[in-house]
Design a protein around this ligand. Structure first.
Ligand code: SAH
Ligand code: F3S
Length: 481
């Protein structure tokens, strides 16, 4: 197992991609599956919107599709293998239905375009994350019998003006992209290569999208970026070119904390979440914004990757173990009831038993609510692949992964037990997966709560639930009047 999630949030690419669907009026049918990070799910909504202009409506039934798109993930080898299997299955279908068009979007489009198009002839269309506006033209190419490809990465593209078609089944909670790309260059990570340089979206368009979501009944938004803390709007352009901006542009620049204040004040009853935070870029201003606005959820996903300063240095994470602990302490001081989750990698090149013990002791210090834990997977062309040997044997990676998962499960259970007896504010998202007599929702801390329906409440309501019991992943409670 190279990818694993625990706790209550499932965004791992190892699960099968979800078919995203709306009923539309277009004459042609698009079936789209998304793998990987939340950004890919949000991008699929942008793609559905762009293609709706060309007469495509989405379907959940692959059998009636004219066009199948896979929005792919390259983050670990296993993610790519999952997509490859899926593509081969689609290719079989195409043998029976030659008119079916198959396309690859997202990070694999950047990484393995030639292989998919030429060597394996698995797909008709390959489109990278910054080229979705070109989809209608590329589809015309495909219609006239040619293969089509556009994987050009952009300095400006943020799809700021595209109004995403909301594809999720849940009509309560939506993603809103605020940045694209990443400049951090963590040595293990393929994202800076597949999604390009970091750029931020015009805050006005973010506000307008959030406003529209509120008017359409949504009650929670998650502001999305590979590194949201590094959001920086100064009139457009790449983050790395900020130094060259005019004094006026610099003085009126909007940082992430400013954006949080803007959105939280404009929509005081909308729940606001954000992901992903990066320890080296998170400022105290952001923590104060969370503390100030009751509608900004008390939850921070704060990947650390390792508890060893030596490994953090080799990962180019830009902070030490001590600095991370300092940030955890400030979070605890400024936002006393803040849940924190993590991403962790075991078996990074050169990781010793002592480094691994540092990871376990860091977990003991923080006692995270939950986490996403992975075995190191070498990604071609990254700094780590070029400079370090992938020298931790697989059995050791697996054993260390098991140890951190077990520790995390114990901490998740402890953290959830601490909530028993408390009355939590829960946003109802829908029916519980196990029973339609029960609702499922989340606390501000992002923990899932399941409780019996009483009849008067509905998805989108904020209700009070007394917590009676728990597992390591879920709180169980009773609705309070
Ligand atoms: N900032 C991004 C990170 C994307 S990658 C975000 O929005 O979440 C998500 C996680 O995958 C990383 O935090 C890291 O823990 C893991 N990951 C990335 N590259 C990896 C690799 N080569 N091997 C194993 N895990 C990796
Ligand atoms: Fe990857 Fe590090 Fe950016 S994990 S997405 S390079 S913050």
């Amino acid at each position: 197992m190279s990818g694993y999630h625990t706790g209550n949030k499932v965004i791992d690419e190892t699960k099968q991609g979800e078919a995203l669907v709306i009923d539309g009026v277009g004459s042609r049918k698009l079936y789209i599956e998304s793998y990987g990070c939340q950004m890919n799910f949000a991008d699929s909504e942008v793609v559905a919107s762009i293609l709706s202009e060309s007469g495509y409506s989405t379907t959940r039934n692959m059998d009636e599709a004219d066009l199948v798109l896979l929005n792919t993930c390259s983050i670990r080898d296993k993610a790519e293998q999952t997509v490859r299997k899926r593509l081969k299955a689609f290719h079989q279908v195409k043998n029976q239905r030659p008119n079916l068009k198959i396309g690859v979007l997202g990070c694999m489009a950047e990484r393995v375009k030639d292989k998919l198009l030429d060597e394996e002839k698995l797909v008709d269309l390959v489109v990278g994350p910054d080229a979705y506006r070109d989809l209608p033209n590329l589809l015309e190419e495909v219609d006239s019998g040619r293969k089509a490809v556009n994987v050009i990465l952009s300095k400006e593209e943020t799809y700021a003006d595209v109004n995403p078609v909301r594809l999720g089944l849940n009509k309560v909670s939506a993603f809103v992209s605020i940045t694209r790309g990443c400049d951090n260059m963590c040595t293990f990570c393929v994202v800076p290569f597949t999604r390009g340089r970091e750029r931020s979206r015009n805050p006005q368009t973010i506000l307008e999208e959030c406003q529209q979501l509120w008017e359409n009944g949504y009650r929670e938004i998650t502001l999305l970026g590979q590194n949201v803390d590094s959001y920086l709007w100064y009139g457009g352009g790449l983050k790395k070119d900020f130094d060259k901006a005019s004094d006026l542009a610099k003085a009126s620049a909007v940082h992430f904390a400013d954006l949080l204040h803007m959105v939280a004040s404009a929509l005081p009853e909308m729940r606001i979440r954000f992901s992903t935070s990066n320890p080296q870029d998170m400022t105290d201003d952001v923590l104060h914004a969370i503390a100030k606005h009751p509608n900004i959820c008390n939850y921070i996903h704060l990947p650390v990757q390792s508890g060893s300063s030596r490994i953090l240095h080799d990962m180019n994470r830009g902070h030490t173990r001590e600095e991370y602990i300092g940030l955890i302490d400030r979070i605890r001081n400024i936002i006393p009831d803040c849940a924190i989750s993590h991403d962790m990698i075991t078996g990074f090149p050169g990781e010793t038993e002592e480094d691994h013990q540092d990871t376990l002791s860091l977990m003991d210090y923080v006692r995270y609510q939950f986490g996403y834990m992975f075995k190191y997977s070498e990604r071609p062309n990254t700094f780590a692949a070029r400079k370090f040997e992938d020298n931790v044997p697989d059995e050791i990676k697996t054993r260390r992964l098991t140890e951190i998962i077990e520790k995390q499960n114990a901490h998740s259970l402890e953290r959830n037990r601490e909530r028993i007896g408390l009355v939590e504010e829960v946003l109802i998202e829908g029916n519980s997966k196990r029973s339609d007599q029960h609702w499922f929702g989340r606390t501000s801390q992002n923990t899932v709560v399941v409780f019996a329906k009483t009849g008067d409440e509905s998805p989108g309501d904020l209700v009070h639930v007394r917590i009676d019991d728990c597992t390591s992943a879920t709180l169980l409670g009773t609705l309070q009047n």
